[in-house]
Unconditional design. Structure first.
Length: 249
């Protein structure tokens, strides 16, 4: 299965070439989030291993040839930090293109020091936080029974990553009906974590976790107005826009 897809037009990243460091036919993830567009995780896992080789990625990029894109995005069908050779794959991509390299992570494995160390290889890291407490974390992200980390550990790991990471750190928050009334609390956590950018989102498909309405999203966004971080909001059924002024970094 090919490791490279796109380029695609992203509401956050412009023209983005995707890299899937797992390259599997079935989703691999420690979570089974209620809003996931790929549906429930059939067999959740938090075990890291090399799912593809750097040689495979290098060959796929070579076959693709020169590509015009705004950035390279590590994402795909599952949690990309499950790839044990993530740092080596990022370096392989960097040798192919001068475009900045981003990774999208659901934050499940951030409590691991080796994962945070691997993320230092990227120019831009987008982490997730969908809940302001353990109860909503279990309700929205639905970690497996064997998942070894608490909501508090995930939050602390984002704080530790912020301390070590000199690149651009963004925090994505997915709002569904379960957490729609917690905008102020979510804003407080976003502010405390000191991220550079905040992405407010909701699933576009009605079946995925109960998306919030445009009116609800506007109310949620008001709680983030005072924050110094740059805020991007995904308009319902349209693409995103900036709401707040960017932080000087």
């Amino acid at each position: 299965m090919r490791t490279v897809y796109g380029p695609i037009d992203s509401w956050r990243f412009g023209r983005s070439l995707g890299i899937d460091p797992l390259a599997k036919k079935a989703k691999l993830c420690p979570f089974s989030c209620i809003y996931c567009q790929y549906g429930p995780t059939a067999q959740p896992t938090h075990r890291r291993r090399a799912y593809i080789s750097t040689e495979q990625l290098q060959n796929d990029l070579h076959q693709l040839g020169p590509i015009d894109c705004d950035q390279i995005t590590f994402a795909g069908l599952g949690e990309p930090t499950l790839a044990r050779n993530l740092a080596q794959l990022a370096e392989c991509a960097r040798q192919h293109t001068p475009a900045p390299i981003t990774i999208l992570t659901g934050s499940a494995l951030l409590p691991r020091a080796d994962v945070r160390r691997d993320l230092l290889s990227f120019d831009h890291v987008v982490v997730k936080l969908d809940a302001p407490n353990e109860h909503l974390f279990e309700q929205i992200n639905r970690p497996s029974c064997a998942f070894p980390h608490s909501w508090a550990a995930v939050v602390e790991s984002i704080r530790l990553l912020r301390r070590a990471f000199a690149g651009r750190l963004s925090l994505q928050m997915m709002f569904v009906q379960a957490n729609a009334d917690f905008g102020p609390q979510m804003a407080e956590w976003a502010d405390a974590l000191g991220v550079d950018e905040i992405h407010l989102d909701t699933p576009l498909q009605p079946a995925l976790g109960g998306p919030v309405s445009a009116i609800q999203m506007d109310h949620i966004a008001q709680a983030f107005d005072r924050l110094p971080a740059h805020v991007l909001i995904r308009n319902i059924y349209r693409h995103g826009h900036a709401r707040a002024k960017p932080r000087t970094i």
